[in-house]
Design a protein around this ligand. Sequence first.
Ligand code: AMP
Length: 192
Amino acid sequence: MTRMLIIGPPGSGKGTQAERISERLGVVAISTGDIFRANVKGETPLGLEAKKYMDNGDFVPDSVTNKMVRDRLSESDVQNGFLLDGYPRTTAQVDYLDEILADGDEKLDVVLQLTADDEELVHRLLGRAKETGRSDDNEAVIRHRLDLYHQQTEAVVAKYAERGILTQVDGIGPIDEVTNRVMQAIKAAQAA
Ligand code: AMP
C-alpha cells in the first residue's frame, strides 16, 4: 500500500513517470490535469469551466478542483493506494488534502519532486507543443505556468519537506534513467 504524490514543474515528465510508478507499484495514478482534459474534450460543465483557466495556464479554482479530487479519492480503486499527479499545487490544496486523508484515517507515505531547470523545461514544452497541439503549450502560457509553479507550488514542496516525507529526483536525462532514479528514491523513502 502506497499513498504518494508526484510534484514537478510543467514539462518535467511527471505524467510519464507517474504511469510507470503506477504500473510498478500497482497503485492507481490520478492526474488532475488528465481529468480536466477529459472533461474539456467531453464538453462537460466541469470541462467548460476548467477550460477558461487551463488555456491561459492559470490554476482552476480550488472550489472546482478540490471537490473533483475528493470525489475521485472516494472511488473503490483507490483502496490499495494512489499516486496523485498534479495535486496539490497550492498550500490551500495541501490543507484540503490533509482533511480528506484525515477523514479516512490515512496519511501520505512519500512525496516525490521531479526537478529540472526552467530553460530546459521551456525547450521541452515547445517541442511537445508541436507533437500534441496542447492548447496550453505556447511560450507565453508555458512561462506563466512555470511562474505559478515557482510562486505557489514550491511552497507546497516546502511543507512536505518540513514533514520529512519529501524526496527529490533529478528529472533531466533519458526517461528510463529517470525512472530508475525515481524507483530507487521511492524504495529508499519507504525504507526510511
Ligand atoms: P497538468 O497536466 O498537470 O500540467 O495540468 C494542466 C492544467 O490543469 C494546469 O495548467 C491547470 O490549469 C489545471 N490543473 C491541473 N491540476 C490542477 C490543480 N491541482 N489545481 C488547479 N489547476 C490544476
